[in-house]
Design a protein around this ligand. Structure first.
Ligand SMILES: N[C@@H](CCC(=O)N[C@@H](CS)C(=O)NCC(=O)O)C(=O)O
Length: 223
């Protein structure tokens, strides 16, 4: 039985969704974020040294990193589903978006979260103007321009095909769902980018996505 070490409101939702798309049996081991810090509880470090989610266990294998997990599960159990055929242009696009999600899309979204919190977090009153000035400087010079460029790029790419890797829905769409959802919540994604908004609607209406939400529990991305 595949075990998913599932942290609430996190990337592990993608793993549940993939398992539901493939119709595989699995068990969820739930973990709750610390309410104040939003960090994972220390028990996750007993599962994997980095203490982050998702992590899966499959027999004697323990595997972290959502992209690696999706590729492993689709490769081992997918029987060709959710992965374009090897050697095709779609397969290369699939690989590209699999890596883009965590390698390029998530870093500015994470920085936005951190610097927004830096402006409002608890601190002595005299430090707040300095913290705000530093945060605004980094956001304006680096974070927001990168976010905008990423969103423009994704919007343009979705003009080429229905899904990120091509005409068929693939595991790359599952991997890309998290940055697109995070961009909707805190990255400035709105109706000015209609293809990305339509993409969100399309993924949210997939029965497997809904089943994953039912199994995984409440899913609210951090602001
Ligand atoms: N690149 C990793 C990122 C893993 C990660 O940062 N997970 C977050 C949840 S979305 C986490 O565990 N955060 C809690 C913490 O850092 O303590 C992946 O895609 O699996």
């Amino acid at each position: 039985m595949i075990v998913v070490h599932h942290l609430n409101n996190s990337r592990s939702q993608r793993v549940l969704w993939l398992l539901e798309e493939l119709g595989l049996p699995y068990e969820i081991k739930p973990y709750q974020r610390d309410r104040k810090t939003m960090l994972a509880p220390p028990e996750l470090r007993a599962v994997h040294p980095l203490g982050k989610s998702p992590v899966i266990a499959d027999g004697d294998l323990t595997l972290a990193e959502s992209g690696a997990i999706l590729e492993y599960l689709a490769g081992k159990y997918g029987e060709g589903r959710l992965v374009p055929a090897p050697g095709t242009r779609e397969r290369l696009r699939y690989t590209y978006w699999m890596h883009f999600a965590e390698g390029s899309a998530m870093p500015p979204l994470l920085l936005k979260l951190i610097f927004d919190r830096m402006k409002t977090g608890p601190m002595p009153f005299f430090a707040r103007p300095i913290a705000r000035a530093i945060a605004d400087r980094v956001l304006g010079a680096m974070v927001l321009p990168n976010l905008e460029r990423n969103l423009d790029f994704m919007e343009t790419e979705l003009g080429k095909s229905d899904w990120f890797a091509g005409p068929a829905f693939s595991a790359a769409d599952i991997q890309m769902s998290f940055p697109v959802e995070a961009a909707r919540v805190r990255g400035g994604l709105d109706g000015k980018r209609p293809r990305l908004m339509a993409y969100l609607e399309k993924i949210h209406s997939r029965p497997a996505y809904e089943r994953a939400l039912e199994r995984g529990g409440k899913y609210e991305l951090l602001r």
